[in-house]
Design a protein around this ligand. Structure first.
Ligand SMILES: Nc1ncnc2c1ncn2[C@@H]1O[C@H](COP(=O)(O)OP(=O)(O)OP(=O)(O)O)[C@@H](O)[C@H]1O
Length: 338
């Protein structure tokens, strides 16, 4: 088992630090985030609300707040995203990397037929004729498993269920033949059966197209079932990275362990919610960001931010993890802030 960043990374985020400016205020959001996704790999990014998952994903395609201080490196398929021109970024977003989101209805015009929605991008970005675009769009709906693509092309969004609409959004994301799919909570609004169907589509797309996928989710079980590797995020930092199987077998960071313990399960009579509330990076005073909620915290945790260590194949940012720190990743929670 290996958790080292693959050398053929489709996405490589290294030491990414980001703070948003408003007037005199500076709000730190990400601290020294490193994350990678190889060609054909499905990588999970999990953590509670406000930990910075969406901001990491958006920064990967250059969608950052207007007034932000950013440092670090982000590469997608060889493009230096933080140094890219507007033209390069729009090419990145219209060709190389596509995104899907939690609520498909918020990203589709309710007055436009599904076929019109799908064909628009194909005609503009790929300069297809009307007939070519319709043929390609119908094929994409078939690829994502919609039962009657020709009929769905003529339907309006309100005629489709949430799960069917999410498939339409995946079809739209595939229209540009991307190499990388960034999926931000794509199953959160769906029932359990439909969630499983969406995950099986993602797995099939990886197999058939060699697509690289970053899956953001709150749902650890879903991440374990879908992903090769998982990055666990807390307060704007990655606190643990391991293969999905290894993370589920033996989580090393107390936060990861607490997330696993908080999952509902048939053999559990009560839920062990992670105590306390999740902090944003801007609320962290010093030391380990998880220390105020950590049942194992010692004085050192309150005082000094932990470095990332390699323990049993896991990269883990915790003082209580016993192996020496890995290089060159530095302090995770209190790196140099802008
Ligand atoms: N444009 C912005 N300006 C200022 N703060 C922002 C902006 N966008 C996000 N934030 C803040 O950044 C932090 C991380 O937000 P982000 O949406 O990345 O978290 P998340 O882990 O994706 O949460 P969720 O699971 O709820 O979507 C939050 O504190 C959020 O309020």
């Amino acid at each position: 088992m290996t958790t080292a960043p693959p050398s053929t990374a489709m996405l490589a985020v290294e030491d990414l630090t980001l703070a948003v400016r408003r007037d005199e205020d500076v709000k730190p959001i990400l601290a020294s985030v490193s994350l990678s996704c190889a060609k054909g790999e499905i990588v999970g990014l999990v953590g509670e609300s406000g930990s910075g998952k969406s901001m990491t994903l958006r920064t990967a395609v250059g969608l950052t707040p207007a007034k932000a201080d950013i440092s670090g490196r982000v590469q997608v398929s060889g493009l230096d995203v933080l140094g890219a021109s507007g033209k390069e970024l729009s090419k990145l977003r219209s060709r190389t990397a596509s995104m899907i989101f939690q609520d498909p209805r918020a990203h589709i015009n309710p007055f436009q037929r599904i076929g019109t929605f799908l064909c628009e991008g194909l005609r503009i970005h790929q300069r297809m004729s009307k007939e070519e675009a319709a043929r390609k769009a119908t094929g994409l709906l078939d690829e994502v498993g919609l039962p009657d693509p020709a009929r769905h092309m003529r339907q309006y969004p309100h005629e489709l269920s949430g799960g069917m609409l999410q498939r339409v959004m995946i079809a739209a994301a595939l229209a540009s033949e991307p190499e990388l799919l960034l999926a931000d909570e794509p199953t959160t609004a769906l029932d359990v059966t439909t969630q499983a169907e969406i995950v099986s589509i993602l797995l099939r797309l990886r197999r058939d197209r060699g697509l690289s996928i970053v899956l953001v989710t709150h749902d650890l079980d879903l991440a374990v079932s879908a992903c090769d590797r998982i990055h666990v995020m807390y307060a704007g930092s990655i606190v643990e990275v391991a293969s999905a199987a290894e993370l589920a077998r033996a989580p090393q960071h107390p936060y990861t362990a607490a997330l696993f313990a908080a999952r509902p399960s048939p053999d559990r009579t009560e839920l062990k919610a992670v105590s306390g509330r999740p902090l944003g990076l801007y609320e962290v005073e010093g030391g380990c960001a998880f220390a105020p909620r950590c049942p194992k915290a010692i004085d050192l945790c309150q005082e000094t931010a932990p470095e990332t260590r390699l323990v049993d194949g896991h990269q883990v940012a915790c003082h209580l993890a016993s192996e020496p720190p890995v290089q060159p990743v530095g302090p995770l929670t209190k790196g140099e802030r802008p």
